[in-house]
Design a protein around this ligand. Structure first.
Ligand code: GRG
Length: 289
């Protein structure tokens, strides 16, 4: 058993160096490699790969090089989704992770292709390292039409569509598909890799769902907390931009209540496993409470 800080210090650099080394070696065209690496190495928190590894830790599964490769495969897929999410046709963002977005830095066609290439490369790493078709199926389902891409479709479809602005079911579904499914898949793949019992798998998947839902609420609240600190008042940037999310639906106070509930439930999901590291992920949310 180890705590979250030690775990993070041990594995975050391993993830970063695996990503940097393998992208440099495995991509034949060095210019394309640079474009892909630019976004992958731009300083992400590595939340999903660390969740995968922490779930293995909770099941007392050894974290070997194969596990690191699977974890990095998940991060490639996540990075693809961010590059495409930032494109002019989608969120049209100029900055991501404190740096110019891929299309701003390299051009739109280049950014589309970097995302196009990161997605199958991520799947390939997971398939190669796991040799487990069930894990490949789990990740493919999580990011396809009934997962992340489907959620992004709902989001695009709903922007500035007043009829869904106050529809809690729609917002929950859209947010869940867009960000929750990949988080759930990261934990589920770890339970398959570690051959966890059905009971443990169910509990950990419940944890991942609550953690993932909480992450969306947290992510929306972070902006509010930052503007409170900077300007001494809460501004609803998302509301101004016509976004549909739990924050614009419930408001900040109710979102915080919802977040606290989810944290308590997620903590209880860890009762049957060695969940100290996984529980540490929930501490992240204290920043906005
Ligand atoms: C383009 C098919 C397609 C999907 C895009 C990821 C995504 C779906 C949309 C992102 C929209 C968004 C800002 C959601 C809030 C939560 C979230 C996923 C934040 C970004 O992930 P982090 O916080 O970022 O893990 P880092 O940079 O740390 O990896």
């Amino acid at each position: 058993m180890t705590n979250f800080q030690d775990f993070y210090k041990q594995y975050q650099p391993k993830i970063d160096s695996f990503l940097a080394d393998h992208l440099s070696v495995e991509i034949q065209n060095k210019m394309f490699a640079e474009i892909m690496k630019y976004s992958v190495m731009a300083g992400g928190k590595r939340l999903r790969p660390l969740l995968f590894l922490a779930t293995l830790d909770s099941l007392k599964q050894e974290i070997d090089d194969r596990a690191i490769k699977i974890a990095c495969g998940i991060e490639l897929i996540h990075t693809y989704s961010l590059i495409h999410d930032d494109l002019p046709a989608m969120d049209n963002d100029d900055y991501r992770r404190g740096k110019l977005t891929s299309h701003k830095k390299w051009g739109e066609a280049q950014a589309i292709l970097a995302g196009d290439a990161l997605l199958p490369m991520g799947i390939q790493w997971i398939a190669e390292a796991s040799q487990n078709s069930q894990m490949v199926q789990v990740i493919a389902e999580a990011i396809g039409p009934n997962g992340m891409a489907g959620g992004q479709y709902l989001d695009i479809d709903a922007t500035n569509n007043d009829s869904v602005k106050n529809d809690a079911n729609f917002i929950n579904q859209m947010e869940w598909l867009k960000t929750g499914c990949l988080i759930e898949a990261s934990v589920k793949m770890a339970t398959i890799y570690a051959q966890a019992s059905k009971d443990l798998q169910e509990k950990l998947v419940d944890f991942s769902r609550r953690f993932g839902r909480a992450y969306q609420i947290y992510d929306d609240l972070v902006d509010i907390v930052q503007s409170e600190q900077e300007a001494g008042k809460a501004t609803h940037k998302d509301q101004e931009e016509g976004k549909n999310n739990t924050l614009t639906l419930l408001g900040a106070d109710q979102s915080r209540i919802e977040l606290k509930k989810l944290i308590n439930l997620a903590q209880a999901d860890l009762n049957l496993v060695d969940g100290e590291v996984l529980a540490g992920f929930l501490d992240l949310y204290q920043k906005v409470l």
